[in-house]
Design a protein around this ligand. Structure first.
Ligand SMILES: N[C@@H](CCC(=O)N[C@@H](CS)C(=O)NCC(=O)O)C(=O)O
Length: 212
């Protein structure tokens, strides 16, 4: 069985837990107490991941220390329908594009959130502008999609692009970034929450109105 080095408050780890839940993939969690334990900074963790980040996925002898790579690995290995990582060339490119966007442009939202959880820090004016610029890109893309009856980031079905972008955006208020001005984002949050197998994490609540 695959093992996941996991921390309950990590939105990156949640991406992996969520994809596994949606695909019915079982894994053994290995708890890493990032805060307040600082387990990831201990010398023994450097042997698992010298970058000292989580999630880390151990699949047999193969170890993966990067969230996007883990999502790709799980989709390729456990989704024979190829819905979550589409084979179609354009959709594949678009999916990877959103993974890159999540890792780069949305990283600020993650740091603001972790900062407010662990150090009670708050966003500077520039950070707030950058955060809203990134959220506006997602909002505009989703709003345009609704006009074209495309209800997901890539095409007409959810992909790992949605898994990568959902946690940092929905958790933005935990980092002090309000979401009131993003109606298409809220409608997409509801769609994600209605997926069969959807799971929650602290700060992300279930949608109780049924599944699609
Ligand atoms: N580039 C890494 C980043 C993962 C990441 O930032 N994880 C956070 C938890 S959400 C972490 O390990 N933070 C501990 C630290 O950076 O000291 C990935 O995509 O896996």
């Amino acid at each position: 069985m695959i093992q996941l080095y996991d921390y309950i408050l990590s939105a990156e780890c949640y991406k992996v837990r969520l994809l596994c839940a949606l695909l019915g993939v079982k894994f053994q969690p290995i708890k890493v107490n990032v805060h307040p334990g600082g387990d990831h900074l201990k010398p023994e963790f450097a042997l698992i991941n010298p970058r000292r980040t989580i999630p880390v996925l151990q699949d047999g002898a193969h170890r993966i220390c990067d969230t996007n790579t883990i999502l790709i690995h799980i989709a390729r290995r456990h989704d024979p329908s190829e819905q979550w990582l589409p084979r179609d060339e354009n959709m594949f490119d678009d999916t990877l594009g959103w993974l890159g966007f999540a890792a780069k442009e949305l990283d600020l939202l993650q740091s603001l959130r972790m900062n407010s959880i662990t150090a009670a820090g708050s966003a500077s004016r520039t950070e707030m502008e950058q955060a809203h610029a990134a959220l506006t890109i997602v909002e505009d893309h989703l709003a345009e999609g609704e006009l074209e009856r495309r209800h997901w980031l890539v095409g007409k079905s959810p992909t790992i692009a949605d898994i990568a972008v959902f946690p940092p955006t929905i958790l933005a208020p935990d980092g002090g970034v309000p979401l009131e001005r993003y109606p298409a984002l809220w409608r997409w949050f509801d769609r994600v929450k209605k997926l069969h197998g959807f799971i929650v994490m602290p700060g992300i609540f279930p949608n109780l109105s049924g599944v699609v």
